[in-house]
Every structure is written in C-alpha cells, then in structure tokens.
Unconditional design. Sequence first.
Length: 250
Amino acid sequence: MSAVPEAAGAPLLEVRELRVAYGKVEAVHGVSLRVEAGSIVSVIGPNGAGKTTLLAALMGLLPCSGTLRYAGDDLMAQPVEARVAAGLTLVPERRELFGELSVEDNLRLGAFQRVRRGERGADRELAPVYEIFPRLRERRSQLAVTLSGGERQMLAIGRALMARPRLLMLDEPSLGLAPRIVRDILRIVADLRQTGVAILLVEQNARAALQIADRGYVLETGELALEGSAAELSGNPRVIESYLGFGGKA
C-alpha cells in the first residue's frame, strides 16, 4: 500500500472554486482546498454544511464545476471508475457493506476493480489489512451484518484499502460510535499516514479530527469559513467557541 511520490511542490489533490448544485440550488460555493501526498486533511463543519456533497463531487458521484486536479491530472471529465483506478477511494458515511457476505468477501470486493483490470496478487492485500485491523482477521468468516458499529467501520476502511488508494476519503467515520471506539478508529486513521496514503477526513467531531490532521478547513453553509494548519484552527477562538466547546478543554 505504498504511495507513488508526487513531483516536488505539487499537491496530490488540488481543488479550486468547486461548485456543486442540486438542480438550481447550489450546495457548495467555490470551495478550494489542497491535500499533500501522505498528509491528513480534515474538513469540519456543522450538519448540512456541504461536507458529504463535497466528497461525492470529488468522487465523481455528483456533477460539479471548477478545477479538480489529482496527481497532476484533470479529473473533471473522469468517471467514478477512472478515479478509483487512479487511486481515489471514498468510504461513505453509511459504509455500504454487503451484510450477507462474510468479512473477507467484503474485503475482496474492495479489490474488484484491480482484478477486473487483470492485476494479479490482489489477495496479497488481505495480510496488511488484517495487520491494521486484527479484529477483522478474527471475524473474517462472520457475516458483515453481525459486526458491531466499530467493526463495520473498520471493515469499510479495510475494504477501501484493498483498492490500494493514494487518497482515502472518509465521510464521518465516527458517526454513531461510542467515544472509545472513535478514539480507536481515528488512531488507526492517523497510523495510515505511515503507509503513504493521504487522507481527506470529513468530520463533525472537530476535536478528534483536528487532533490527527496536518491541515484543516471549516465548511459552513457550503462555503469555506476558515482554513489553516490543524494547530492554528485548534487555537482559533471562533473554532473553539463553535466546534471545540468552552475554552477548548478536552
């Protein structure tokens, strides 16, 4: 799961003036952001801010306008399949697992595009995924529907890693999970940086997201309200008041 080095100074993902509309209603208004290779970037904001819409547009699931460059290439005209083949992967908020299939079969489906392209050795990705998520190895024969919420989130991320992404996009991975499980999931996400995978993390849990991120963006009503290093945003009075709680205390 090693990443291919980018040209010096070139971001892995560059988004400029991205606009996304549902019919005549524009949900994302001129958003610009960058994700460097091997970094973690968090997008935080309230419910309805356009965070999920942003990820769907980046994945090619929604039409959009603006500039979208990935690894130096223009992605605007590329379908979802081409984006996946290039190493762009999304773990959606609802996880979208196949409940009546086993854990291992769900993981294998993550490598489906690679197998279809004739790549060999896709099954070899199972070992590193099981190393990251030992619990999935223990439950590899269980049906996905029998897993706990935290285990399902692990499976969704593991399945995405089977595609050997260079950029992994996570939509609200902490949603519906107990605080202890959230800490476990986000610790694993932070550790993925060591594999060379870049991560674009959308989260309502601003405190947890900024703790593991290198850079952050605050999205409000479809517009970028703030951006900066994770440390800068964590110390920003507006972010503290709106997203981190009184005084920013843990």
